[in-house]
Every structure is written in structure tokens, then in C-alpha cells.
Ligand binder design. Structure first.
Ligand code: 5AD
Ligand code: SF4
Length: 511
């Protein structure tokens, strides 16, 4: 235990005496350690095939409601689906109204300071509800829980929080809830050593058209700005047969689009010791499953191999859209980011992809204002953006994350300069996005209809294979199906169109 953890643990009042119920659970106070999270042990990852809820917990949620607020990436959204599935197996029902919830969970994101501040703001706000209903349990989970500084701050300043648990132990939710009900102390269970791979966790999927499927957990890249390798642990791939089975089941249930998830999906399979099986192999297998669209996120340029490109070029249900975060166009910055590729390598990769998949849409992530980034280095990012012709980008100002190497670097770039660079970059992003949309005017695109517009039932909205939002008038019976739409007008972030007809494979399915 380091000094900080020791101080943190002293702030938790230990139970005065051993209570009888202690035989039902272990006392939980396991605090995180970023130092431990950095270690990449040699121990084998264990695969647990069957998640089971102990009998004694099965009625815990009867007459109780849960509410989960999710921050951050799709991985977190999917974790929320798993936790919702566990709650439901425990007998809870879900609610959209915080005030009527018996358990409120904040599934948090640690990627930037802004994301964390939102959570602390929300925690302060929740005090009001806790005062109205002292029985309400408030929990913090997700990536922020994996940070020592966050757990210490919660222990000191947010004592109305009842539970803190991490990303590696969401399967322990029944135990953690049980202990929170029994104990007056804050229950803290955060494992810094990455978890095992647990299959058959229940899931309450939020949609019926698109579904997320985890293919791997964690990241070993340790880009110098990034907290993810600490909060999500080492790379662990799910076994292909489990993934394929899950996708098959989703296809049978009528899902139309699958998003394969991982922090660095191109590293899929690197950790297998008994088989040689990588993302290209997995995509090749999933290609043959009868599900209309398959995507994956997020890619790392360094691990993007030729076999994968060759498989993606086969098209079919593998969509022609690749999200390929570049982060910077400057070799010096890429080097201090520890991205382990150069601008030239990235451009070569883009060239290969474009040659194999000529109509591909590439999108990216970019960080501006890295410590000591010069105007010339920023210009190289703008040049690279133009050279690739990305169709869209998520752009960020660098945010120091405690515990990462970049947070220790001195930085001579003033905040105003960072903001101004972001502004200039966003201008270029908007220009290229508008151009890509404009090119679609007059064309017929395939749209997977997700719902009707908030204001008008007869205006439907859906996404193209390249993930472009399209609005058009048609009968709501097309919701959940793929239709053909002629693009009539490009707006700044979306398209307007006219309904043309059904996609032939779905004719039979639309009543
Ligand atoms: N500051 C700013 N942006 C970051 N990202 C990751 N870490 C940071 C950070 N410390 C961005 C990267 C990544 C995306 C998910 O978030 O661009 O690809
Ligand atoms: Fe973070 Fe992605 Fe780099 Fe991994 S590959 S350290 S998740 S930016």
C-alpha cells in the first residue's frame, strides 16, 4: 500500500465490530493504483465461460429501480448494457427518472479533464436526491474509478457516494450492491490488475437495430497522453468462437448492424498463445454471417495489417468506412506521443487502403496543442488532413492525465493558442465533411432506418454505410430496415433525401 492509499483507507470508517452478515461477503476496500495498472504481468488471462448470479442475490432488486448514466465511449455504453443486464437478473427494473431510482450509477470516462469535471458536477448534484431519499444508493464505476486521485477525492468530498468499483469487476456488481446495502461505509472495490475474460454476462441491449460486441479489452500501446492502458488494463482478446456465436445470435434476433469494440482492435489475437488468429481472420468469419453491416472501432495504424485490408476489400457486410486515429501529422509529435509510426507510414497505409477499397471513407481522431507543439508541427497536421481527405474527425485539445508520461512534460503552448488551433482544425474538418456530403447529392444511398424525427413521425432518420445521417419522408414501417434514398440536399452535418424503395434483401421482411 503506498502512502496515498494508506491515507485514503484511513478515511474510511471501519465497522466497529464484526457483524453477522460478514459471512455473506468479504469486506470490500480495494483501492486503485495507477502504478500497478501499468504493469503488464505474464500471468495467463483466465477465461470464465459461465457467469452466474448466486442464489442469495436473486431477489435483491425486487421492487427496486436502477438508473445508469453513461459518459464516454462505446465501450462504456456497452458496459452499461452489461450492468443493466445484471440489475435485471437481480430483479431490478430500469427507470429514466433519477428521483425514483433506488440505485444510481455513474459509468464514468477519464479520457479528458472535461469528462471528469462533468462527473464531479453530477455527483454534487446527486446529493440533493440523496437527501430526499437517504436509502438511495449512489455508485461510481467506469474509468474514473480506476484512478487513485479520483477515489481519494470521492472519499474526501463526496461522502454521499455508497459504492466505487472499477472496469475489471463489473461482474461483481451483485456482491458490491449487497455490501452497500449492509454497510454504512463507502464500498470501494477497484482492481488494478486487469480482469479475466468473463463470458455469458447478461446484457440488456439498448437498441434493437444496432448492437455492440466486445472483441477485446484493454490496451498495451501506452501512448504518452493516454490514460486508457491504466484504466482498462492489458490487452485480452475474447476467443473467436465466443464472438462469432454472439454475432450469430444477434443476427438471428434481427439486428442489422454490429459494431465490434476494442480499445485497439487491430491488436486482436496478439495475446493468443495457442492459435494464430487476428482481426482479418475474425472479419473473414463474420463476413459470412447474415448480418447486413459490420463495423469495428477503434483502430491503431501501427497494427493495421495487409490481411485485414485484403478482407475488408471483399466488402459485403464489411462497410467501407474506417475510423483510423492519426492524432498528429508531425513526426516529432508522433514520436513523443509514442504512437510508433511516422507520418510517411500513415500515408502509405492510407494509400494501401484506398487502393484496395477505392470508395472508402476515412475518419480520424486528432489532438492539438500537445506539449510544446509548434505552429509548423500543427501545420503538418492540417496538411496531412488535406492530403488524406478525411471525411470527418473527432478533434481534441490535449488534456494532461495524471500518471501518464505526457502529464510530466513542461508545456510552452498557451491555452489561447491551443483553442485557436482547434478552431482552425475544425474549420478544415467542416470543409472536408461538407465536401464529402455535397458529392452525394443526386446519388442513391443505402440507409439503415433507426427512427423517426422527434417532431414529425413521417420524417425518418438513419445512417448510410459510411455513417452519414440521412433524413427523408417515408412510412415508419421502414424503421429497423434498410432502404434506398436519393440524396436531394447536403446540409452541414447531414443529408436530406427522397425515399426510393426497399433494399431487395429486405423486401420480404417489411410488412
Ligand atoms: N487529451 C486529449 N485527447 C485525448 N484522447 C485520448 N487521450 C487524450 C488526452 N489526454 C483522444 C485521442 C483518442 C480519443 C479517443 O481521445 O484522440 O483517439
Ligand atoms: Fe490510448 Fe488508443 Fe493509444 Fe491505446 S492506442 S494508448 S487507447 S490512444
Amino acid at each position: 500500500m503506498n502512502e496515498e492509499q494508506r491515507l485514503a483507507s484511513q478515511q474510511v470508517k471501519q465497522p466497529q465490530q464484526e457483524k453477522d452478515y460478514s459471512k455473506y461477503f468479504e469486506k470490500v476496500f480495494t483501492a486503485p493504483s495507477l502504478k500497478d495498472a501499468k504493469k503488464r504481468g505474464k500471468e495467463e488471462v483466465k477465461y470464465h465461460k459461465d457467469f452466474d448470479i448466486e442464489e442469495k442475490f436473486l431477489h435483491m432488486g425486487e421492487g427496486r429501480k436502477f438508473y445508469i448514466r453513461t459518459y464516454g465511449c462505446q465501450m462504456n455504453e456497452h458496459d452499461t448494457e452489461v450492468m443493466a443486464g445484471i440489475f435485471m437478473q437481480l430483479g431490478y427494473t430500469s427507470t429514466e427518472q433519477i428521483e425514483e431510482a433506488d440505485v444510481v450509477l455513474l459509468n464514468t470516462c477519464a479520457i479528458r479533464e472535461g469528462a471528469e469535471n462533468k462527473v464531479f458536477g453530477e455527483l454534487g448534484f446527486l446529493l440533493k436526491y440523496k437527501r430526499q431519499n437517504p436509502e438511495m444508493l449512489i455508485g461510481v464505476c467506469g474509468c474514473m474509478s480506476q484512478e487513485e486521485s479520483v477515489v481519494n477525492r470521492i472519499l474526501k468530498q463526496y461522502q454521499h457516494v455508497d459504492m466505487v468499483f472499477g472496469t475489471h469487476n463489473i461482474h461483481r456488481l451483485p456482491h458490491i450492491l449487497n455490501e452497500a446495502y449492509m454497510s454504512k461505509e463507502m464500498v470501494v472495490e477497484v482492481w488494478s490488475k486487469e480482469g479475466d475474460v468473463i463470458e455469458n454476462l447478461p446484457k440488456k441491449r439498448l437498441g434493437s437495430i444496432k448492437a455492440w460486441v466486445n472483441i477485446m479489452y484493454g490496451c498495451d500501446k501506452f501512448c504518452t497522453y493516454c490514460i486508457v492502458p491504466y484504466t482498462r488494463g492489458k490487452e485480452r482478446s475474447r476467443r473467436p468462437e465466443e464472438i462469432i456465436q454472439e454475432v450469430r445470435e444477434l443476427a438471428a434476433q434481427g439486428y442489422k448492424e454490429i459494431m465490434l469494440l476494442g480499445q485497439n482492435v487491430n491488436a486482436y489475437g496478439k495475446d493468443f498463445e495457442d492459435i494464430t488468429y487476428r482481426l482479418g481472420d475474425l472479419m473473414d468469419a463474420i463476413r459470412t454471417i447474415d448480418i447486413p453491416r459490420v463495423r469495428f472501432t477503434t483502430s491503431h495504424p501501427r497494427d493495421f495489417d495487409d490481411h485485414l485490408i485484403e478482407i475488408l476489400a471483399k466488402g459485403g457486410n464489411l462497410v467501407e468506412h474506417i475510423h483510423l486515429p492519426v492524432q498528429s501529422g508531425s513526426n516529432e509529435i508522433l514520436k513523443i506521443m509514442a504512437r510508433k509510426y511516422t507520418r510517411e507510414h500513415f500515408l502509405q497505409l492510407v494509400e494501401k487502403i484506398k487502393t484496395a477499397i477505392p470508395n472508402v471513407a476515412l475518419t480520424t481522431d486528432i489532438i492539438v496543442g500537445y506539449p510544446n507543439e509548434t505552429e509548423e508541427q500543427f501545420q503538418e497536421t492540417l496538411d496531412l488532413y488535406r492530403e488524406v481527405g478525411f471525411e470527418m474527425a473527432f478533434t481534441y485539445i490535449y488534456s494532461p492525465r495524471e500518471g501518464t508520461p505526457a502529464a510530466k512534460m513542461t508545456d510552452n503552448v498557451p491555452d489561447e493558442v491551443k483553442k485557436e488551433r482547434l478552431h482552425r482544425l475544425n474549420h478544415v474538418v467542416a470543409e472536408y465533411s461538407a465536401k464529402a456530403l455535397k458529392e452525394l447529392e443526386g446519388q442513391i444511398v443505402e440507409v439503415l432506418v433507426e427512427g423517426s424525427s422527434k417532431r414529425r413521425d413521417d420524417v425518418l432518420a438513419g445512417y448510410t454505410r459510411k455513417n452519414r445521417l440521412v433524413n427523408f419522408k417515408a412510412d415508419p414501417k421502414y424503421i429497423g430496415h434498410r432502404v434506398l434514398v436519393k440524396v436531394t440536399e447536403a446540409k452541414s452535418h447531414s443529408l436530406l433525401g427522397e425515399f426510393v424503395g426497399k433494399v431487395k434483401e429486405e423486401v420480404e421482411l417489411i410488412k
